[in-house]
Design a protein around this ligand. Structure first.
Ligand code: NAD
Ligand code: UFG
Length: 339
């Protein structure tokens, strides 16, 4: 048996590849590198001391993806990370997001069905909860979205459910991630945002290392502890480990299930600034600016179900997340680009 990891060169996929290899599984990786580099996969080999095949394949190219299934009849499951993920870009280019994220998933599940590999773990997002009325958020909260990116996540969740309804041989595990940050403890793999980062932690790290002048804090008039937005930050290695647990459950039980993957604790933007400064001894200059359109005040998970059903819970705290991110940034000031 082997696990197909789509989008495995990306931020979360590369960390998941490490965890699956460390857990003794064989993997096959496909990625078109539209937001990543194969260097991350070479680093995964160095970290684990294990070899595995990887292919430059666009999942929207069904023939190219099918060639991978033909070459690797041992594939019996998939962890599906491949997709475009920038919320703002999805508002500007909805067609690109709908076609890339949906077509790639439809091709993948059609081939998984054809080659009898009917176990999938899918990367969904807390964005499917829209503007939650209360926190913590549990899996049975109402679903809605506020942008095309979120819409693709919700549509894919529904597609996967319908596939299971039509064929009960499927095992579908939908993981709704909160805010993944941090990096592998080795400092060899991490997040590699192209250009100016959209997300808080990569931005904070660039300000601290002097590559950007200051952080714009998007609003300090929310109804939160200090007025700034509150989120549930989760270490990417903890998140990666949740995929191993989810696949192991999918191997044992058929059906569709949904899990929040977060810590259950919310941190404000200013708390994150302080935590990063404390963990690194660096200074993070910031200015308060207007709210960012579309942001919610507070978002954090009730992660109880993942613990009760999968036996998974986050182990790293916010300091670990900041230290590991800073270590990755220090070792790779230009991401993977220097090699
Ligand atoms: P990432 O961009 O680093 O990784 C995604 C990978 O998919 C990239 O390597 C990219 O090259 C590849 N890819 C995209 N379209 C492809 C296609 N058509 N064919 C082949 N490869 C393709 O992003 P990430 O942060 O690792 O996210 C992984 C998954 O988790 C995504 O589906 C994302 O939407 C989801 N997610 C991420 C976050 C987050 O904050 N990082 C939060 C919630 C959900
Ligand atoms: N923030 C700033 N300044 C910045 C960047 C962010 O103040 O330069 C604030 C935001 O206003 C928010 C918090 O930091 O309060 C976190 O913002 P991120 O952009 O890092 O994360 P979001 O929670 O907005 O978005 C993330 C993912 C989305 C996903 C969403 C819900 O990036 O893909 O979580 O799951 F849709």
């Amino acid at each position: 048996m082997a696990i197909l990891i789509t989008g495995g060169a990306g931020f979360i996929g590369s960390h998941a590849a490490v965890e699956f290899l460390n857990a003794g599984y064989d993997i096959v990786v496909v990625d078109n590198y539209c937001n990543s580099s194969p260097i991350s996969l070479e680093r995964v080999k160095k970290i684990t001391g294990k070899d595995f095949p990887y292919y430059e394949v666009d999942l929207c190219d069904k023939a190219a993806l099918e060639a991978v299934f033909v070459k690797h009849p041992e594939i019996d499951s998939a962890i599906h990370f491949a997709g475009l993920k920038a919320v703002g870009e999805s508002v500007e280019k909805p067609g690109l997001y709908y076609s890339n994220n949906l077509l790639s998933t439809l091709n993948l599940v059609e081939l998984m069905s054809k080659y009898d590999a009917k176990k999938i773990v899918f990367s969904s997002s807390a964005t499917v909860y829209g503007v939650p009325k209360t926190v913590p958020i549990s899996e049975d909260f109402p679903l809605s979205t506020t942008n095309p990116y979120g819409e693709t996540k919700l549509m894919i969740e529904r597609i996967l459910k319908d596939i299971w309804v039509s064929d009960h041989e499927w095992s579908v595990s939908i993981l709704r991630y909160f805010n993944p940050i941090g990096a592998h403890k080795s400092g060899m793999i991490g997040e590699n945002p192209r250009g100016i980062p959209n997300n808080l932690l990569p931005y904070v790290a660039k300000v601290a290392s002097g590559k950007l002048p200051y952080l714009s804090v998007f609003g300090n008039d929310y109804d939160t502890k200090d007025g700034t937005g509150v989120r549930d930050y989760i270490h990417v290695v903890d998140l990666a480990k949740a995929h191993v647990k989810a696949l192991e459950r999918a191997m044992a039980v058929k059906g569709v299930d949904y899990f929040n993957i977060g810590t259950g604790t919310g941190y404000s933007v200013l708390e994150i600034v302080k935590a990063y400064e404390k963990a690194t001894g660096l200074t993070v200059n910031y200015k308060i600016v207007d709210r960012r359109p579309g942001d919610v005040a507070t978002c954090y998970a009730d992660p109880k179900k993942a613990y009760e059903v999968l036996g998974w819970r986050a182990e790293n705290n916010i300091e670990d997340m900041c230290v590991d991110l800073a270590n990755w940034m220090k070792q790779n000031p230009n991401g993977y680009e220097e090699e």
